[in-house]
Structure formats: C-alpha cells, structure tokens
Design a protein around this ligand. Structure first.
Ligand SMILES: Nc1ncnc2c1ncn2[C@@H]1O[C@H](COP(=O)(O)OP(=O)(O)OP(=O)(O)O)[C@@H](O)[C@H]1O
Ligand SMILES: [Mg+2]
Length: 276
C-alpha cells in the first residue's frame, strides 16, 4: 500500500539577506510515500538542502505545513518545539548528509550503538545492550559492511563510510529517510552502488526516502523525480516519473492547476485534526 509519510503543503522559507530576505523555498508542495524513493535535482543554490532541512524539522519554514504521518497520528513539524523535533529525529526521521560525520574514535558498530543510546537518560542493562549491538550488526550487514564492524572511520573507504552513515540513520527505524547528496564524494561505480542500496533499503524497510542528488543519472533510478529551480518545485517534460507521466498527486505543476494543492489542503485539515 502506498501510504503517505510526508506531506509538504505551500511551504515557503526565507533567509535573511542583507536588508531583505532571500526566498529559498517558494510555495513547495510535495508528497512522499512509504516504500518509494523520490529524487530531487536542481542547480546549486536552488533550495534542495533547504527543502530537506524543512522536511526533517531542522529548519522551521516561514509558512506552510510539514506533515509527518506516523503510527498514532499525524504531526505538523511546524507546530513542534525544538526538543520535540530532536526527539522525533531520533525515532522517525533518519538523516544522511553528504559528509558522513562519523566520530573518529568509534568503530563502525559503535557509531550505530551510540546513536541508539543518545537521549536515553536511563541506565541501559546488559540485555538491552545486546539487543542494540545485534541491531547495529544487522544493519551493517544490510548495507554490506558487516566485515568492517570493528574498523574506525580512518580505516574505511569513502563508500564504506557512507554505508555506515546510512546504517546509522536507520537505527531508529525511521519511516522517513532524508538523504542529501550521498554520492557526491564517491566515484561513479560506488555512487551507483549507494543509490542501489538506498533503493533496496527503501523497499525492504518500507520507508519513504527523499533524496537530493546533482547526478541526473542517479536520479533516473528513483521512483519519482522532481527539480527545484529558484526554490520552486517543478515537474515538467524531461523531469518526470519513469513511466513518463508527470504525477500531479506528488508534485504540483507550477505552470498548471493547483488540484494537487487542494487535495493536500483537505488532507492537511484531516491530519491536523488527527494529531490533536
Ligand atoms: N543559512 C543560510 N542563510 C542565508 N542564506 C542561505 C542559508 N542557507 C542557504 N542559503 C541560501 O539559500 C539558497 C538555497 O540554498 P540551499 O543550500 O538550499 O541550495 P542547494 O540547492 O542545496 O545548493 P547546492 O546544490 O549547492 O548544495 C541559496 O541561495 C543559499 O545561498
Ligand atoms: Mg545542498
């Protein structure tokens, strides 16, 4: 079943810019569904990372709705406190940045274990510790680096570091995986392998993955594609679904009707009611 995980509705984000404001996202509508990988491309500075930052609750937009559908209801990220957003990112949203940012003193398996323990104030008993280790090892196996579990980052290749980074983002069993340029530091072959891995994990774990890439070839392997140009999300000839259709339930055609937006608005109203 293609159930919705993330809905962004009329999201606008500006940054301070001298005396004025720079519009990084301009009335963006986007829906991301479980089990699907959506790739966003676009020129440098067009707003791709800003879109991911808003989708994962790292930045609050000026206006709009960012609805996260999860077990037990729908949350509007724009209405949550900073502490609530931090807690949510530990459990429901996995984030993979361009640079892995692994902790230099920790082994691959420890990178994952530490993530699980963050924010847990209670003492963790030996049984729970064993469960955490087993899950960390399973995830390292799932991303193909089980044999490097005891290696520290300086002993891992770029591709292996990115795989550990992805495994770490999955520790909390997130429904939404947000990935910013995971292949930019990798050669073509390793980049393609990381894309294939993300597609497999998205399907196997029934997560919704929102991924930014500069590489149109990588984007072409995604279930859905869109482009950000000057902060606006576009779906136009050449940037369409693999089946050749511009899917208006995912992306509002900037030049055309706002049907998708109206549908989203109804869902938003329902979602906000549910989350109360
Ligand atoms: N913290 C900030 N303060 C002010 N302006 C910012 C900030 N972050 C980004 N911007 C501006 O917002 C616009 C969108 O930036 P963003 O990082 O989202 O682009 P991007 O598409 O991810 O670019 P790239 O492909 O180079 O990573 C750019 O013009 C950028 O200069
Ligand atoms: Mg960026």
């Amino acid at each position: 079943m293609n159930s919705v995980v993330l809905q962004m509705h009329e999201v606008t984000l500006t940054y301070p810019d001298g005396d004025g404001r720079l519009t990084a996202l301009d009335a963006v509508d986007l829906t991301v569904r479980r089990g699907e990988l959506t790739a966003i491309t676009g020129p440098s500075g067009s707003g791709k990372s800003s879109l991911l930052a808003v989708a994962s609750g790292l930045i609050r937009p000026d206006s709009g709705k960012v609805l996260l559908h999860r077990q037990g209801g729908v949350l509007d990220l724009c209405e949550l406190s900073r502490a609530e957003l931090t807690a949510l990112r530990r459990t429901d949203v996995g984030i993979v940045f361009q640079q892995p940012n692994l902790v230099s003193g920790l082994t691959a398996v420890e990178q994952l274990e530490v993530t699980e323990r963050l924010g847990q104030h209670r003492w963790i008993g030996p049984r729970r510790r064993r469960e955490i280790r087993r899950r960390a090892l399973d995830l390292l196996d799932a991303v193909g680096v089980a044999d490097r579990a005891t290696a520290r980052p300086d002993r891992l290749s770029g591709g292996q570091r990115q795989r550990v980074n992805i495994a770490r983002a999955l520790m909390g069993r997130p429904g939404l995986l947000v990935v910013d340029e995971p292949t930019s530091a990798l050669d073509t072959e390793r980049g393609a392998a990381v894309m294939a891995l993300l597609a497999r994990l998205t399907a196997e774990r029934d997560a919704a993955t929102l991924l930014v890439t500069h590489d149109r070839l990588h984007a072409s392997t995604a279930d859905h594609r869109a482009e950000v140009v000057d902060g606006r999300l576009t779906c136009r000839p050449g940037v369409v679904r693999l089946d050749g259709q511009c899917d208006e339930s995912h992306f509002v055609d900037q030049s055309g009707s706002r049907d998708g937006g109206e549908t989203a608005a109804a869902d938003v109203a329902a979602g906000v009611r549910q989350s109360r």
